[in-house]
Design a protein around this ligand. Structure first.
Ligand SMILES: Cc1cc2nc3c(=O)[nH]c(=O)nc-3n(C[C@H](O)[C@H](O)[C@H](O)COP(=O)(O)OP(=O)(O)OC[C@H]3O[C@@H](n4cnc5c(N)ncnc54)[C@H](O)[C@@H]3O)c2cc1C
Length: 380
């Protein structure tokens, strides 16, 4: 077996895109991974990845050919193997494109979507807070007041990634209403350069420093129909939630594979003593291969809205987070002091894996959702 490869289900993906992503990942991305970890936002690499088609494989073609979620996940894994932060930003760009395409709003499709797909413009997603709000974990932070021609939005999101002054991201706000109205939310693309929007630097994180993550403050931001993704938001969320969560598995698969590869890298020298460790590379590889096979099967029907399907997606995503933590930690045990060097990808990956476990949906959030949905599914 070639230990630098991904699981068979991933390497079986059509090769031109994967080969292009691999060349970028092993070349310019690998040489910048340390700088990204220290806070450098890799805008050029992201543009190259987008131009290669790495963040749009899941979107349908103009001729109606459906998108390929498995391919998008494989492309993300190829980059995340080298740099988890970049894998995360690819996911941000992927789902921003999904929102624009799924909106059916001509103003968000066409030229605007084409610029996004090619990487000429970049964006992200501010859906952590709404996802947690829909799971009754916290209240919605953005409020929208209906006005002539659209809405006025106020509030602050504490952290949104893949941003810069001219970027944008998908977001959700609660529509203020009088007592007679049912509660409703709008989903929209928030332009960072719109009047009333301020990006503020976040406190220093222990990882993911190069992900262009800012807190976003909105003061009387006007959102017109051209930026509306969905009104009301929930029916669209119900349609895309499976794909949204499933795509994150690409980030996890890459980080896990990177960790396994780094264990094999020291096997010749340290295998005689590493054999006493748990979570050995062959065992982790078998577990990853089985998980990826399951993810690829789920990726065939990303718009399945059944509860059963979504529980399965949440479970696979949760397994990905747990395996990321175990694999990254075991890789550090296998590599010892060399893996503990600040320049080493091995310790960086421990922090990247921790991010996979805490980014929305975090492991605790996934478990809460699975418990709630399973209880709903139980016959009375
Ligand atoms: C590097 C990074 C990038 C991220 N990028 C995005 C993104 O692109 N889009 C997006 O929507 N979300 C993003 N997030 C948020 C992320 O998805 C989670 O929502 C976040 O990590 C907290 O999730 P949690 O489930 O652990 O909530 P918890 O940590 O359990 O938080 C629950 C509550 O505690 C509050 N809280 C958390 N930290 C603090 C603090 N330091 N001080 C005061 N109150 C606090 C929260 O606001 C929340 O109300 C990012 C987070 C990080 C660390």
């Amino acid at each position: 077996m070639n230990h630098a490869d991904l699981p068979p289900e991933l390497t079986a993906q059509p090769t031109p895109l994967i080969e292009a992503v691999r060349a970028i990942a092993q070349g310019p991305l690998a040489s910048q991974a340390y700088a990204i970890d220290r806070g450098s936002y890799p805008v050029d690499v992201l543009r190259q990845l987008a131009a290669a088609g790495a963040m749009s494989a899941h979107l349908p073609d103009a001729d109606g050919t459906p998108g390929d979620y498995g391919l998008a996940i494989a492309a993300m894994a190829e980059a995340a193997k080298v740099c988890g932060a970049t894998g995360f930003m690819m996911w941000c760009q992927c789902v921003a494109g999904l929102y624009m395409q799924a909106s059916g709003n001509p103003a968000l499709g066409g030229e605007r979507l084409a610029r996004h797909v090619s990487g000429q413009s970049l964006g992200g997603t501010g859906l952590s807070n709404p996802m947690k709000s829909f799971a009754q974990i916290e209240a919605l932070l953005l409020k929208a007041t209906p006005v002539e021609g659209g809405y006025v939005v106020n509030g602050t999101l504490p952290w949104v990634s893949n941003l810069a002054a001219d970027h944008y991201f998908g977001s959700i706000a609660a529509v203020s209403q009088d007592d007679s109205e049912a509660s409703r939310e709008i989903m929209f693309m928030l332009r960072c350069d719109a009047p009333g929007v301020t990006l503020k630097a976040c406190p220093e994180f222990s990882g993911m420093e190069g992900t262009g993550t800012y807190s976003v403050h909105c003061k009387d931001l006007f959102v017109g129909h051209a930026d509306l993704v969905a009104d009301p938001a929930k029916p669209l969320i119900a349609r895309i939630r499976g794909g949204f969560v499933l795509l994150q598995c690409g980030m996890a698969a890459g980080i896990i594979q990177g960790a396994i590869d780094s264990m094999w890298a020291v096997e010749g020298q340290l295998g005689h003593v590493n054999q006493y460790l748990e979570d050995r590379p062959a065992d982790l590889q078998a577990e990853l291969d089985a998980l990826v096979a399951r993810i690829m099967q789920l990726a065939e029907t990303p718009f399945d809205t059944s509860t059963d399907y979504f529980i399965n997606v949440l479970d696979a995503r949760s397994h990905g987070a747990e395996l990321s933590l175990r694999a990254a930690n075991s890789a550090l045990m296998h590599q010892g002091a060399r893996g503990y060097l600040m320049q080493s990808a091995v310790q960086r990956r421990v922090r990247e894996a921790q991010f996979v476990a805490i980014v929305t949906p975090a492991i605790k959030h996934l478990r809460k959702e699975m418990a709630r949905l399973s209880a709903e599914e139980m016959p009375a």
